[in-house]
Design a protein around this ligand. Sequence first.
Ligand SMILES: [Zn+2]
Length: 602
Amino acid sequence: VTVRVMWKRHTGRFLALALIFVLICGSLGGCSLRKQFADALARELSGFQSQQQTQEDASQHACVDFSQMTYTRPDEAALYDAIAQIEQAAQSEDEDAVIASCEQLDALYTQASTQYALVMIYHSLDVQDAYYQSEYQLVYEMLTEVERRANEQLMALIEDGYRDALVERWGEEFVEDVQLAVRLNNDAVAALLNRDNELVLEYDRIAAQTSVSFDGRTWTLDDIYADDTLDYDTFYALYDAYCLALCEAVWPVFSELVTVRNQIAETLGFESYAQYQYLCYERDYTPQDALSFAGVVKEQIVPLLTQWYYTVYTNDTYALNMQTFESEETLAQIVENLYGISPVLGEAADYVRTYHLYDVASSDAKEQGAYTIYLEDYESPFLFGNLDEDYYGLGTMIHELGHCAGYYANPGEGPLDLAEIDSQGLELLSMAQYEAYFGRYAGAAAGDKLTDMLYSVVTGCMQDEFQQRIYAMEDLSMQTACQIFGQLNDEYGISELYPASDYEWVLVHHTFQSPFYYISYAASAVPALEIWQIAREDYDEGVQTYLALLMRDHDEDFLQVLQDCDLENPFDSDTLGELAEDLDEELARTLTRAWRFSEKGA
Ligand SMILES: [Zn+2]
């Protein structure tokens, strides 16, 4: 079974999609943006100024240290040679030789993709390093092409009478995956996919160079975020001006991206680019399902978010935000606390810590954000983060350690939305330990975390609806796109939270790099919150549900796994209705100083 899963993970998925498996966590999801806004808000509400900071009590793997893992460029010729050998074996009609040659390709491909993951990490650790930057790009292009050719070769085997032999060796799912991979990526769209990739890089370049002039100086977005002398109105005026400038600068790139992507979908015979991209993420729900879900979210969740967004923001929240959580100490504490939830979670985090499979230090040289990636040859996850030593950094570490635990205890790649339950579910189970992490600010942290989950659900739907509308339009103009976004800011209640900009969609990197990704934040937040609901009634049962989900069969679809774990369909309006009631009650409870995770005492 292990071999089947490993083989599936590689050749069954083509590498153009490998970026998906770098779980994009919190780059502009609720946290980082809300953090910037919280600072601006704090400056507005002068009552917080007096209480700056208070020092409170915060109190079968390879076992190879990360320092021992060195990058070597994959041997491209050997990979193509392995593909050629499959063809030769097929021509000689030797079934054993066909299977053996596939195994050979699998082994080589596993090595190559491990090197790809390694070079990606090194690139993230120093984005200015020219060697790793060019190697990263080179290996990406190399493996994208290798994977396309490999899948086409496997498709030929399936059609030429080797289907049964492949099923016997790797299972029916494997054959289906190859068929899907060829349907999603073949020679007909190779040039379009390359252009897509170039345009995304162009967006990165423009975003890195864009600035705006104000008050006799030039401001980048980081300058705007970092300047704590700006008052509330000036901050948002500058923010809006920056978003507009970036929007104007990248519009030609985005406009072409939409055209190219619509051409990809059309060439491959899909109804829409959304439908195509949903399949790339292995979703078993449709863009239409997401829109219906968004309708319910607008009714049930948006009013909660607008009601609680500021209400939960108290003096304690401010004090909590000002606290320092030193990375190494915090990681040690998280490891210890995770043992308290379940031995397997503690062990996974301990492994990451012991073998230095993490880099979470804050640095300008590093890539922004956080992700977890799996190093197949070493059977080890790696946790990357560019994190501040604060409350948000701590939360992100717990989030990523949820992904690490998944890779450690049950390696494999299935639907993205399930992986995000590993992480968000762990964040919510960790709320039971908030007193250990945050002392008297536990309630403030709980209110913030739950509001953050609401924000994920709302913005997940909003960014998806925005993209669905944009990709479906004829003759798209920047003005129309921004009007639509402004309208959605109103419909989703974002305009009630802060002076939202019609142009700020342009800051969502996912819209460029990983289109239609955002709905995953909403779809996975709901089951994660359901685990939280169960845990508040019976903590052990919540943990058991979480672990059952962690140990899922990676061949199964999102909704199937939820059903197997006795979790509700998140798209069912009753699910959201009950959740909304619980959240409403609990958010009120977090405002009490004596807040505990469960009144029953978890
Ligand atoms: Zn994540």
